[in-house]
Design a protein around this ligand. Structure first.
Ligand code: NAP
Length: 293
């Protein structure tokens, strides 16, 4: 099937999301180019323009980002250089070359103080440097490239790269007991499901600019998420962990603060693109299957 958005250029081509995009069955009819950080550096104007001239994409999906949430607290300049300035350069290049831009963003633009799911136009109040840098990137894109979609997602996990599921899987093979934070609520989202959303939006040929939320249907604590991962993995592979203990966030010190309640309201993407929220368990099963467990 030939689609209007046929040629896609995916920045950050060796990252978790880019790999999930490449592996998705809906990718088949599209022509994808996924340059590495080195091959297409979003903080470098000439690197950007060279990649655009070479690929001549119908659309760019920006998965490139500085994603080290804790390190960002001590590497603020670097986080801003990629997530704000890089996003701005990309937005300007897209505008100049008349290319629609899809940007991935995060639930961490919100404080997490709300008790109900965050809507797209809720008050922005990042509580860590990473969240701030991603929000500034969103703003740069809104300012410089009218033809944009911003997709905020949360707690991305998959068989690719480094993520919570893979960390828990490793720890569960090494340790009898695990202590996991139970007073922070999130909606973990499988990268494969996010990739499916991107293709579904592109296939519909209605590029309606704006900001959209997408996450799984399960609002759970990291403790509950870890329990689901371990219980699912146990059925398929050898696991050492016997018990998982709930702890409070203040017992698990991290450089960056995390939002206590970080759940996204996904009604807008449902209304406009008829995209429904997946179950987190299906994503866990898919990740473990693809990891070979
Ligand atoms: N992971 C999550 O839980 C999560 C949650 C919400 C939103 N998001 C967003 O989802 C998107 C994808 O995240 P991910 O999980 O795929 O992250 P990831 O695995 O860390 O991938 C990001 C990629 O960007 C590359 N990169 C860094 N600086 C770059 C630059 N200047 N130019 C080009 N590429 C650069 C990195 O390459 P190097 O490693 O070689 O530097 C890496 O391959 C990001 O926008 C992120 O903010 C992620």
């Amino acid at each position: 099937m030939k689609t209007y958005f046929h040629k896609l250029l995916i920045t950050g081509g060796h990252g978790q999301m880019a790999k999930a995009i490449k592996a998705h069955p809906l990718a088949l009819p599209f022509d994808l180019t996924l340059p590495s950080h080195q091959a297409m550096d979003i903080t470098n104007d000439s690197s950007l323009q060279q990649a655009i001239d070479h690929v001549k994409p119908d659309c760019i999906i920006n998965t490139a980002a500085y994603t080290a949430v804790d390190k960002a607290e001590s590497e603020r300049e670097l986080a801003l250089a990629v997530n704000q300035i890089g996003a701005q350069k990309l937005a300007l290049a897209c505008h100049k070359n008349n290319i629609p831009l899809i940007q991935l963003s995060t639930d961490y633009v919100f404080s997490g103080e709300k008790k109900t799911p965050y809507e797209e136009d809720d008050v922005i109040h990042p509580i860590n440097v990473y969240g701030e840098s991603k929000y500034l990137g969103e703003e740069a894109i809104r300012t410089h490239c009218a033809d944009h979609l911003i997709l905020r997602v949360s707690g991305v996990f998959s068989e690719f790269g480094q993520n919570f599921l893979k960390t828990i899987l490793r720890l569960a093979r090494e340790r009898d007991e695990l202590n996991i934070v139970s007073d922070q609520i999130t909606s973990p989202t499988y990268a494969g499901d996010i990739a499916g959303v991107l293709f579904t939006m592109l296939q519909q040929n209605k590029f309606i600019p704006g900001t959209y939320h997408y996450c799984s249907q399960d609002a759970i604590s990291w403790y509950e998420f870890a329990g689901m991962i371990v219980n699912t993995a146990k059925k398929r592979t050898s696991i050492k962990t016997k018990n998982i203990h709930p702890i409070n966030a203040n017992e698990y010190k991290t450089a960056a603060k995390r939002p206590p309640y970080s759940v996204l309201d996904c009604r807008k993407i449902k209304t406009i693109f008829d995209i429904t929220q997946p179950a987190v368990l299906d994503g866990i099963v898919a990740s473990l299957r693809e990891c070979g467990n």
